[in-house]
Write a protein that binds this ligand. Structure first.
Ligand code: LMR
Length: 394
């Protein structure tokens, strides 16, 4: 059997993480993997997370299994955070998953079981693991235009033109906020137009929301997801707590399924439980318990929100500083989009050669498509990056 092994295609984000670790230069700058770092370059354990962990450690009397869908308190607390007033308890099924990626994987498997001929439509570009998992599962996929390389905004005309070719029952995967890798996002009016188009075509929306609170704020970042839930009968939502709670390695995600009616809810819940059982039985619990401990306690929740808000504002300040530095150096407004974009990422618009040049001459690591993690910068490294961008001729 093992003689049939062949090397697996490398994941370009994880490959970059490795290359950065191996670079001996002291002043290297990591703008690769999407992990938040503070001004000191540290990915901190958030204060509320530390406190919640202490409380769990003190009060937890057993490590016996939870349910197949995870701790119900977690599902309730996180679905309320994501869906807010759009949450329709009577139609909502949910199951804890190992991270947001686990939720995406389970959602794709659900689609493959229930609708094997459906095509999953992905934004061009998207997070590379979306097509990679679909390929692994042998599922059909197609792309819709999303990013306009010239304006570095959403190519809305291209997007609507492509989505008007979606067939009934196809799935449209949308990023809830903070689009990865571009940083360009839909406005509320554009969300409404996309919803109308999906309704007209009979498409099923799937939302990947991994950066709630990193863009315009917790409520603002959930707006698109909530509009979809309020206006469409069936919705799949994959949520991640990795970034906004900073619990990357705890693998804390939630797959939510909004069914058409309350009649289908128990069936949807049964399917989510079944998928968990087939893949890994019970989902991890530690991260989920941290999240529900924080969300269910007013003081802890307030402290978590305050720290998250500080992180968000820090990223916005870096965006503005970088846009200003580049405006000054290039004498143009070509890079003003950096201040308009939201979330951890922006694509600066460099060619792979220019990206390689910045790595060689300055030890600056960004993904080959020139996606950079804004949270990998601080006030001191922004001018170094701005200089490198200009020097590389971007
Ligand atoms: C990223 O896009 O960098 C993150 O979502 C981390 C990952 O797993 O790729």
């Amino acid at each position: 059997m093992l003689e049939n092994l062949t090397p697996q295609p490398p994941d370009k984000i994880l490959q970059l993480m490795q290359a950065f670790r191996e670079d001996p230069r002291e002043n290297k700058i990591d703008l690769g993997v999407g992990v938040y770092r503070n001004a000191e370059g540290v990915t901190p354990v958030m204060r509320a997370v530390k406190e919640a962990e202490r409380r769990v450690w003190e009060s937890q009397e057993t490590k016996a299994y939870t349910g197949l869908a995870g701790d119900p308190a977690y599902g309730e607390a996180l679905s309320k955070l994501v869906l807010g007033p759009a949450r329709d308890e009577a139609r909502l099924a949910a199951a804890a998953t190992p991270g947001g990626t686990g939720a995406i994987r389970q959602a794709f498997e659900l689609i493959r079981s229930l609708s094997p001929d459906a095509t999953v439509w992905l934004s061009a570009p998207t997070w590379p693991n979306h097509p990679s998992i679909l390929r692994h599962l042998g599922m059909k996929m197609a792309q819709y235009r999303y990013f306009d390389e010239a304006s570095r905004d959403v190519d809305f005309a291209g997007m609507t033109e492509d989505l008007s070719r979606v067939k009934a029952g196809d799935v449209v995967l949308l990023h809830g906020c903070c689009h990865n890798p571009t940083g360009a996002n839909l406005t509320a009016d554009q969300w409404k137009e996309i919803i109308a188009l999906m309704m007209e075509r009979g498409a099923v929306p799937m939302i990947d929301i991994a950066y709630q609170g990193f863009g315009d704020g917790l409520e603002e970042d959930a707006l698109g997801t909530r509009l979809v839930c309020e206006n469409m009968p069936e919705v799949l939502i994959a949520a991640s707590c990795s970034k906004n709670f900073g619990i990357y390695r705890e693998r804390t995600g939630l797959l939510m399924v909004q069914a058409q009616s309350s009649r289908e809810k128990p069936l949807a819940q049964g399917m989510l439980n079944h998928l968990n059982r087939q893949n890994y039985s019970f989902p991890p619990d530690h991260g989920a318990r941290i999240v529900s401990t924080i969300l269910d306690d007013e003081a802890l929740r307030g402290d978590w929100q305050a720290e998250l808000e500080g992180m968000r504002e820090g990223m916005l300040a870096i965006r503005q500083q970088l846009a200003d530095e580049l405006r000054q150096r290039t004498n143009s407004d070509r890079f003003d989009f950096l201040a308009r974009h939201r979330g951890m990422f922006s694509r600066i618009g460099a060619t792979p050669e220019q990206v390689a040049k910045m790595r060689e001459s300055h030890g600056i690591y960004m993904v080959g498509d020139s996606r950079m993690n804004i949270a990998g910068l601080n006030a001191k490294t922004v001018p170094i990056l701005a200089e490198a961008i200009v020097e590389a001729g971007v």
